[in-house]
Ligand binder design. Structure first.
Ligand code: ZN
Length: 447
């Protein structure tokens, strides 16, 4: 009996459909249902001039209906349980980016298998896939699209899902004979089968934002060093090559890690891949980032509250980003101290940057992927987060750091929602007045 219970428990650990948005009906009456991706076995085959993708994923739903998954690329073929099937892009309620719906109803609680093939070509919009002139070398990495579009993570390359879903991805990587000297950098276990074949197994707690994959020619600079028990792997875009790396990159990393550990406790990752990219922005994954030196501190901060503890949807992304703004770089101390040495402290909801139209982050849609919704907001949600956490800092004083350390450790490799975050924050505080203020702010500006 004991074994039976354990078996059921382990089956359900990453079945996060309770965190998925509600199913919804399309105009034609079709019921769109969200899926729990159980496994994803995919293959990248790098051929001269393009990437061929073959993928098979298994999923379940809690309701009978038309299953939704996420994939940007046009498909060459798709089958459901071995039969050819049609699919189309459908918009989620509200104005968000579309998902793909399989136009054949699936029965709830059963496992279904989808197989898909498509090709991925390099283009101006896709600088992440690049072949040299002789097509003997290639570079490719999972990237985001620099502010031009919202679609930005795994769904650009493989079938994926919203952030609520944690699933196991096994990726086989094949190289055409032309590409005999490629190296793979990924935040999963990489096994070299031959010069032309690799297996990359990612852990099962990953959600779509976690995955990092990159392949470069072996002649490219890759620096590895250890600091405080963390193994750092560094790669550089061309524009970063002229600089003195030790001074410019390594010491900057050590400096940021020192500061973060001082404030929030031990760095949650034992390995950290850092790709210093071409511009000022950055994107974070589990123990991996593509960043500029400018954004380095910000991206490393995300390794605590974005990619260790993990926000489950677009409604709570402001927590991680707001905390990052509040704690950012070396400036947070100055900023916070200037705020708290004012004679009359201005609370979050009375601050001059918030006008009478300010509605906070109230009434966010469960379908939104990002916190941004500037049509109804009068202040950048990340800035609201920053002001909110400054207020909490004011209320809790330095106990806020104890809370944050407690929180990221408790939710390591787990998803959290906005509701859970507030619950934990209220519980952590012993003072009744503080509890009351936090509840009032949640009620008024966030619920
Ligand atoms: Zn950020």
């Amino acid at each position: 009996m004991k074994y039976l219970i354990l078996f059921f428990l382990s089956l359900n650990i990453f079945a996060n459909l309770d965190l998925a948005p509600p199913s919804f009906a399309l105009e034609d009456g079709k019921k769109a249902v969200f899926i729990d991706m159980i496994s994803n076995d995919s293959q990248f085959h790098f051929k001269p001039g393009y990437l061929e993708v073959e993928t098979k994923f298994v999923f379940k739903t809690q309701e009978t209906g038309f299953a939704l998954f996420d994939l940007v690329n046009e498909l060459d073929s798709i089958s459901l349980n071995g039969e050819k099937v049609a699919q189309k892009l459908v918009n989620l309620p509200g104005k968000d980016v579309p998902m793909r719906m399989i136009l054949s109803s699936v029965e709830k609680d059963l496992e279904h298998t989808v197989e898909i093939k498509f090709k991925f070509y390099p283009s101006k919009q896709r600088p992440e896939l690049n072949f040299d002139r002789n097509k003997k070398r290639l570079s490719f990495y999972f990237k985001f699209c620099d502010g031009k579009g919202v679609r930005q993570l795994l769904e650009s390359y493989l079938p994926s899902n919203l952030q609520y879903d944690q699933f196991k991805l096994n990726l086989k990587v094949l190289f055409a004979p032309e590409f005999a000297n490629q190296v793979i950098i990924a935040n999963g276990d990489v096994t070299k089968i031959s010069k032309f074949e690799y297996d990359v197994n990612f852990p099962e707690f990953y959600n779509p934002g976690s995955f990092y994959f990159q392949t470069v020619h072996k002649s490219q600079d890759i620096d590895v060093f250890n600091y405080k028990g963390i193994k750092f792997t560094l790669l550089y875009a061309k524009s970063n090559k002229v600089l003195n790396k030790d001074v410019f990159f390594v010491s900057a990393i050590k400096d940021k890690i020192d500061k973060l550990e001082q404030l929030f406790g031990a760095f949650p990752h034992r390995e950290m891949i850092i790709y210093f990219g071409e511009n000022f922005s950055g994107i974070e994954h589990f123990g991996a980032t593509r960043t500029s030196r400018y954004s380095l501190g910000h991206e490393l901060f995300h390794m605590y509250f974005g990619r260790a503890a993990m926000p489950s949807d677009g409604r709570c992304a402001w927590i991680d980003e707001g905390l990052a703004r509040w704690a950012d770089g070396g400036s947070w101390k100055k900023w916070v101290s200037s705020m708290f040495t004012r004679k009359s402290y201005i609370p979050f909801d009375k601050h001059e940057v918030l006008n009478e139209k300010f509605v906070g982050l109230k009434g966010q849609s469960p379908y939104q992927r990002q916190t941004y919704n500037l049509e109804t907001l009068h202040l950048d949600p990340y800035e609201q987060g920053r002001y909110f956490f400054s207020h909490i800092h004011h209320l809790m004083s330095d106990k806020i750091f104890d809370f944050l350390e407690y929180f990221h450790k408790k939710y390591f490799k787990k998803l959290y929602t906005q509701e859970l975050f507030f619950e934990e924050l209220v519980d952590f505080n012993e003072d009744e007045e503080t509890k009351k203020v936090i509840r009032r702010l949640e009620e008024r500006y966030f619920k």
